[in-house]
Ligand binder design. Structure first.
Ligand code: NAD
Length: 480
């Protein structure tokens, strides 16, 4: 069985413990590889390699660093189909999604920051009658990047690319549940001639390898994407060291549908925003709020469209809906369906695990599920489920919709559907969420700030925000 090693100082190396974790294919429930179960000794080796590489890497020009990032993007692009197959096998997501979203976006992350880094003001001036101020933004040093399982390479590269272009070196830990494409990224870095130690990839459990990374006294910053509970733990553990933190966490995103929306366009997108990647995108809509006058029409159409989604083997190109990414998560979602029923929820569609024929007979599939009849304060509507389960609620007025949307501890994203621009502006201004899509979903300009409010995030990613996070300003003041 293939063993996934750590990537330290430009080489693939076995973990210090010589222990490995099983890697499963969610579509079959079978193990197909083993991944390094690393500990603090591996993190230490990776740190030293990153620290040794820092001097040379940070003194390259931005253009020279951009050339390396572009080579990584090219290498990845030339192996796009192969990487999409790895991602689909590792996560259970449809191959069409991995091919059209995950891997292309990972390519774009490297290419975007290669370009954007060259436009960013690493040096600027502010002068007045008394003083000249030169402001320099310098790399921090060695950065720790920690990413989740739902969009493995997409989110891994979203952190690594800006950290590297800003002149930092990196120790990165992908999720132990879906480590395959991060493992293969090591090969791409070797082929791109990335200097050894600039990017080190350490695999293993969050509570061991992740914890060692977070607690490392010389790592300057942690860029984390994952659950809010883990984010809180990281914030606690780093509080006394004042380590710089960027935490991108969970969501409970509302989709607010007004009666004056473009119904067909809305319906097509809301099916996608609810069930893409089996609802396992932090930006998926999980609470669908519909204006009372179109609630029944919405419900009938939505049930029909969702019932038509083609669930199947994720490796088949026509599959639209795949497996959940781990057995633990599968069990979790099944538990939430039971909770929803106990809370008085009525299942309109789905609500069951699904047994497929053939090679996917033991896979972790759950039907796309729509539930109505729950109030906003119940657990189903308050806790992040992060799976193929959405609830429907109706609202009477704009004010009601805003109140329902904001009545949660999360504030990651929201979608608003209306043809009335003034209404869209009014409602957008009052919704507590870091990303608001009006009449669209998941459209991203990588220059824009990305992050969450309330329990969904601390710090921002994307464009200038990412480059500010991965640098530290210094003001050099002289008399005018
Ligand atoms: P998780 O918090 O369990 O794990 C995320 C990463 O953190 C993994 O690499 C894990 O190994 C590591 N980790 C776990 N415990 C750790 C610890 N004690 N110290 C250091 N590292 C530790 O999250 P997950 O289940 O992998 O991902 C799902 C969550 O991620 C959902 O809540 C989802 O909303 C969130 N998410 C957020 C965004 C966003 O941009 N806001 C994007 C994707 C996913």
């Amino acid at each position: 069985m293939e063993k996934l090693y750590n990537f330290i100082n430009g080489k693939f190396v076995a973990p210090n413990s010589n222990q490995y974790l099983e890697i499963f294919e969610p579509a079959t429930g079978q193990t197909y590889a083993q991944v390094a179960d690393s500990n603090s000794a591996d993190i230490e080796n990776a740190y030293e390699s990153a620290q040794n590489a820092f001097g040379n890497w940070s003194s390259l020009s931005v253009k020279e660093r951009a050339d390396y990032l572009n080579k990584i993007a090219e290498g990845l692009e030339s192996r796009l189909d192969e990487f999409a197959e790895y991602e689909s096998r590792d996560t259970g997501k449809p191959i069409s999604l991995a091919k059209s979203v995950d891997i292309p976006r990972a390519v774009s992350n490297f290419r975007f920051f290669a370009d954007y880094g060259q436009e960013f003001n690493f040096e600027s001036e502010l002068n007045n009658d008394q003083s000249h101020n030169k402001i320099i933004r310098s790399a921090l040093g060695v950065i720790g990047c920690i990413s989740p399982w739902n969009l493995p390479l997409y989110l891994f590269s979203w952190k690594i690319a800006p950290a590297l272009i800003a002149g930092n070196t990196v120790v990165a830990k992908p999720s132990e549940i879906t480590p395959f494409t991060a493992f293969k990224l090591g090969e791409i870095c070797q082929d791109a001639g990335l200097p050894p130690g600039v990017l080190n990839i350490i695999h293993g459990q969050g509570s061991i390898a992740g914890d060692a990374l977070v607690n490392h006294s010389k790592i300057k910053a942690i860029s984390f994407t994952g659950g809010t509970t883990t984010g809180k733990l990281i914030a606690k553990k780093t509080a006394s060291s004042f380590k710089k933190l960027s935490l991108e966490m969970g969501g409970k995103n509302p989709s607010i549908i007004f009666s004056d929306c473009d119904f067909d366009k809305m319906m097509k997108t809301v099916v996608r925003s609810s069930f893409s990647n089996q609802g396992q995108i932090c930006l998926c809509s999980s609470r669908i709020l519909v204006e009372e006058s179109i609630y029944e029409k919405f419900k009938t159409n939505f049930i029909q469209r969702v019932s038509d989604l083609r669930m199947g083997d994720p490796s088949e190109i026509e599959t639209q809906f795949g497996a959940l990414s781990s057995k633990g998560h599968f069990d979790n979602v099944i538990d939430y369906i039971e909770i929803a029923k106990q809370e008085g929820g009525k299942i309109l569609v789905g609500g069951n695990a699904k047994k497929l024929n053939g090679r996917c007979g033991n896979g972790w599939f759950i039907e796309p599920t729509i539930i109505e009849g729950l109030n906003n304060s119940c657990r189903t509507n308050q806790e992040e489920i992060f799976g193929p389960l959405v609830t429907l609620q109706s609202f009477k007025s704009e004010k009601d919709a805003i109140q329902l949307a904001n009545e949660t501890e999360y504030g990651l994203s929201a979608t608003i559907w209306t043809e009335d621009n003034e209404k869209a502006n009014r409602v957008s201004a009052l919704i507590d969420a870091g990303v608001i899509w009006v009449n669209c979903w998941l459209v991203r300009d990588l220059r824009t700030p990305f992050g969450g409010m309330k329990q969904s995030g601390l710090g921002w990613e994307g464009g200038d925000e990412a480059l500010r996070f991965f640098t530290e300003p210094k003001n050099i003041c002289t008399l005018a």
